[in-house]
Ligand binder design. Structure first.
Ligand code: CA
Length: 221
């Protein structure tokens, strides 16, 4: 899952991005409101962490513009501690949740996972698709109840696919969500990654739709 981190304080932005990467997300950092607004239109994003006090264009304005343009990407806003008016304004402007500064990375990760679960219609932290379960809190994947160790990239791919199970996902979409800005990655890197994942999972759950992409079989009603 790919997260845009919008924060002008460089150290905080780097800390949040590092924490999110360690939690299995791919990230992109941007440092002002105008760029954030632009990236919201041009980038593939699964969620945004948005500071409100930003140079060029403030966070609330960015959020309102996205929402009035129909952009539904989940957004968590960062607000000043004890400023309940900012929190309420954030929610009114279309934020899905808020987090007060100073940011605790673990709390950010927990809230982001919860927002993503709700967005994709999952009630709890354990996502299921057929015989596969993915515990998004512990970052553990099981097949038929047996733990399967994944690399960071395999986990990212699996987490994205299970959030979108039943949907056909093109290699280009998968590459953008798994590798983010790493443009050196060719589309066939996804093919290789899918191949490795299939060998590890040992069950036929990832279908190839020729010419279209891949689909994680979904047996939810
Ligand atoms: Ca700021």
């Amino acid at each position: 899952m790919r997260v845009l981190v919008v924060e002008d304080e460089a150290v905080l932005a780097e800390d949040m991005a590092a924490g999110l990467e360690a939690a299995g997300f791919s990230t992109k950092i941007c440092r002002d409101g105008e760029e954030a607004w632009f990236l919201g239109d041009t980038e593939v994003l699964d969620a945004v962490v948005l500071d409100l006090g930003l140079p060029k264009l403030d966070g609330l304005t960015v959020l309102r513009r996205w929402r009035s343009a129909g952009r539904t990407v989940p957004v968590i806003v960062l607000t000043a501690r004890n400023d309940w008016t900012e929190q309420v304004e954030g929610i009114h402007s279309g934020a899905d949740d808020y987090l007060t500064k100073p940011v605790e990375i673990e709390e950010l990760v927990a809230r982001l996972r919860a927002v993503l679960r709700r967005t994709h219609g999952h009630a709890g932290p354990i996502l299921r698709s057929g015989v596969i379960t993915l515990d998004t809190e512990r970052m553990r994947l099981c097949v038929n109840g047996k733990y399967v160790a994944l690399t960071q990239l395999e986990y990212r791919l699996m987490a994205f696919m299970i959030h979108h199970s039943g949907e056909v996902l093109s290699s280009a979409v998968l590459r953008d969500h798994v590798y983010g800005d790493d443009e050196s990655r060719e589309i066939n890197a996804i093919e290789a990654l899918i191949g490795r994942l299939r060998r590890k999972l040992k069950v036929k759950c990832i279908e190839t739709r020729r010419g279209l992409g891949y689909c994680l079989k979904d047996d939810r009603p």
